[in-house]
Design a protein around this ligand. Sequence first.
Ligand code: HEC
Ligand code: HEC
Length: 141
Amino acid sequence: MVDSILRSIAGRENEPATSVFKNVTAIKGATAAGLLKLMDEQYGRGLGWTCNNCHVIGKFDDDSRKNKKIARQMQQMQDHINADRLTLVKELDDNYNKASCAMCHRGESHAWGELEVLAAPPPQRRPAGAPPAGQGRPSGR
Ligand code: HEC
Ligand code: HEC
């Protein structure tokens, strides 16, 4: 799918997505090829989905699918986290990972909520002095 769209926009891959495509309002600053990479890697694989979970195939600018509407708002939420919230956390390392679709969705439709690893392990398997499950930090910071 990505390859066939790339062929249809040949020569314009590096132009802004907003000028090559008809209906791009949420994704900021991507080239046309960059938008397609995002669609494939984050919107698609990041949720374990294919293009037709959100799009009417052949009419990619069409906004009638509910999942496409949700995805656009997710993009806005994610941009807010990255631009307005994480930047306030001055103690983070310089090269921390920005929030992405895959970071929360991890290859599935629904974002991860409960993690098995956070469920309290049986007390006898917790080493003496270790913090309760889920509260430990991997590094000593
Ligand atoms: C989770 C939903 C979702 C999935 C899956 C998805 N897209 Fe998108 N796609 C969107 C949204 C939302 C937009 C509009 C982004 C914006 O407004 O900035 C978009 C925009 C596009 C556009 C621009 C269309 C236009 O003319 O405005 C193309 C092309 C596109 N997607 C291709 C793909 C391809 C190819 C795949 C599969 C590899 C894919 N998308 C998977 C949600 C999705
Ligand atoms: C900060 C975490 C987070 C990020 C980042 C995030 N999401 Fe979500 N997403 C959620 C939560 C929470 C829900 C609602 C609960 C659920 O359905 O899992 C959700 C739901 C959705 C749904 C509805 C799923 C369904 O089947 O009802 C779609 C589609 C979606 N997100 C797309 C995206 C896309 C595309 C991106 C990247 C642009 C993204 N999300 C980034 C947390 C996130």
